[in-house]
Design a protein around this ligand. Sequence first.
Ligand code: NAD
Ligand code: G6P
Ligand code: MN
Length: 440
Amino acid sequence: MKKFSVVIAGGGSTFTPGIVLMLLANRERFPLRALKFYDNDGARQETIAEACKIILREQAPDIEFSYTTDPKTAFTDVDFVMAHIRVGKYPMREQDEKIPLRHGVVGQETCGPGGIAYGMRSIGGVLELVDYMEQYSPNAWMLNYSNPAAIVAEATRRLRPQAKILNICDMPIGIEGRMAQIVGLQDRKQMRVRYYGLNHFGWWTSIEDLNGNDLMPKLREYVAKNGYVPPAKDEHTEASWNDTFAKAKDVQALDPDTMPNTYLKYYFFPDYVVAHSNPERTRANEVMDHREKQVFGSCRAIIEAGKSSAGELEIDEHASYIVDLATAIAFNTQERMLLIVPNNGAIHNFDADAMVEIPCLVGKNGPQPLTVGDIPHFQKGLMSQQVAVEKLVVDAWEQRSYQKLWQAITLSKTVPSATVAKAILDDLVDANKAFWPELH
Ligand code: NAD
Ligand code: G6P
Ligand code: MN
């Protein structure tokens, strides 16, 4: 069986150790010959990499492992680039969340003005990775889950149209895992779904078991009462995420024929979200205090002891979708997966050049989207507005345009007026001086 060479871009990410453990657990179906880490923050990456080096030495000494901040070394001789960078890191996520909240607007990593600000930082970072890949390993594929995926996907569609990049999100996978639990199935792969929307902005229209039995009635009844909080409480879910899964109950009420993505809460209930946010302590603070400390603490303990048992790094089970995607391309499995792709007629009554999240069959030449058909006014109206926001952000980045960015923020359903949009934008410009192109 062929063995693959992979580079993880954003080697210093809190998700890297969980993904490495997941790759090791999936070696039978996706064998590795080489694994490299690449990051532009050498010190941050070193801690993660030195710990992973010990894990790899214990479990898989045959895999050639290295880490670097040099693009040429990183991107030469690779089959896949797995990209999860966060341009500006957590301190900038904190700004994305806190600046809008100061103006009474949703402060969120990927939704509303925070997501727009993050998009303005990410576009350049991801394009740079695409260019390194094309220069040093032109046959490789990039599996990108760097956020905000919707804006990044629109930017690569427009600015690197030939790039072999696939944009994917784990939120539908996480929600489907909960749905499976709710209907009493072992695994989300025992369900066949239809879904459409934009990234962090979509709906399931059909959920069946593999015999074709409709699971929607049972889900509808359960979600209307409990949202996506499954019957058996899960100690792993943090309180703030649990609130989001519970709130899906109210989100689902807007269109009981479908099942919603949890991210719609930021667009349907922004007043509720703001009222339940603490402008002094947002999700970035939780992540820095918990996941970042836990992961880096474990890595340091492993390095000091020289053995993996000294840390508590956990396998990221649900990240195995990344291996599903890699194997679909490598072995032409034609697996059905939700990807962020150009609409191109899949949703009949929606723009051909919009990046939509829909089921695709994935094989060696990439994704083949399935037909969705016509969508109702409610979803179409919401999606048209949001897709215009995403396109305006890429316009703003490309044209270095303050005006376009003001329009983008004004158009976001999370923002009440152009006045508020401008006030937020001016604060975001100040905070992002080191990362955004200069706007005029
Ligand atoms: P993190 O800050 O811990 O890790 C990101 C790493 O990227 C850092 O080590 C940073 O130094 C590095 N980096 C930043 N800019 C870079 C550049 N230009 N080139 C190379 N490296 C660069 O962040 P995290 O919380 O672990 O998340 C990583 C990314 O994964 C984020 O974009 C997050 O939004 C995304 N994510 C996406 C999904 C999804 O569903 N699509 C799921 C989880 C996380
Ligand atoms: C989900 C989304 C990702 C997002 C993440 C944030 O997994 O699909 O796109 O980055 O949540 O999680 P966090 O724990 O960092 O708030
Ligand atoms: Mn996502």
